[in-house]
Design a protein around this ligand. Structure first.
Ligand code: GRF
Length: 237
């Protein structure tokens, strides 16, 4: 997509179009938000198509990045996909109401009757007003171990050892730089405080000698692909 065409539209549907009438027996409808490769989106698609997530469907995929490979994955599976250009807010902004982008996103999620919002590699912070609107209905995948209750500075491993809770961007590199022997991935509810919501499920992943950020992140993603399906299954119950 050229920059010019991306700028001309506020948002646009790239996939299968608007939702039809509600099915008589309603399924859990997911809105999956992505910014990049979309391997976690693929794991959800595969689980649904393979019968591992009965009663669940993807209502909508939203990307803030027109070049995200995840868009191609969604299109291949004939899912509605929306490219929504997103204006970054200055760090530390405290908002009394949703940003214009968030209001658009909230409108789209409602229009597509989304029950659960899955941040699957979504690289934009969502404000407190947006999260209040979707209270307890937004989950995120984080490539590090977070305390079960969400807040807190440390995580206690199954070995009993305590490691720092890594938050924000580049946490895979942070785990390597800190010389940790074990890291992991967590799926958690999203609250306004970044990477601090209650954990739904998580798994430890050993760091191997010679691991690079790429090799470790690949192994973490393999774990995430199972965790995100498990988290959605738990939400469905
Ligand atoms: C994952 O590692 C996730 O933990 C992080 O972003 C990455 C997204 O990967 N939040 P993908 O786009 O699903 O492949």
């Amino acid at each position: 997509m050229s920059k010019r065409s991306a700028e001309r539209f506020e948002w646009r549907i790239l996939g299968a179009g608007a939702p039809g009438r509600a099915a008589p027996e309603s399924k859990l409808r997911l809105g999956v938000l992505i910014s990049g490769s979309g391997s976690n989106l693929q794991a959800i698609i595969d689980a649904i198509e393979g019968g591992a997530l009965p009663g669940v469907e993807i209502a909508l995929v939203v990307s803030n990045n027109a070049g995200a490979f995840g868009i191609q994955r969604a299109l291949k599976h004939r899912l509605p996909v929306i490219y929504l250009p997103w204006r970054k807010l200055p760090a530390g902004s405290v908002l009394q109401e949703m940003t214009p982008n968030e209001a658009q996103l909230a409108g789209l999620l409602s229009f597509f009757r989304v029950d659960l919002v899955v941040l699957a590699g979504w690289m934009r912070i969502l404000s407190a007003p947006f999260l209040e609107h979707f209270a307890n209905r937004v989950i995120n995948i984080h490539p590090a171990l977070l305390p079960r209750e969400g807040r807190g500075e440390t995580y206690t491993l199954s070995s009993g050892e305590t490691i720092p809770a890594l938050r924000g961007l580049h946490v895979v590199k942070m785990a390597l730089d800190a010389g940790l022997k074990v890291t992991g991935s967590s799926v958690h509810y999203v609250i306004a405080e970044v990477d601090a919501g209650p954990v739904i499920c998580q798994q430890e992943v050993p760091i191997e000698p010679g691991d690079t950020e790429e090799s470790l992140h690949e192994r973490l993603k393999e774990v995430e692909h199972r965790l995100i399906v498990e988290a959605i299954r738990q939400f469905r119950r």
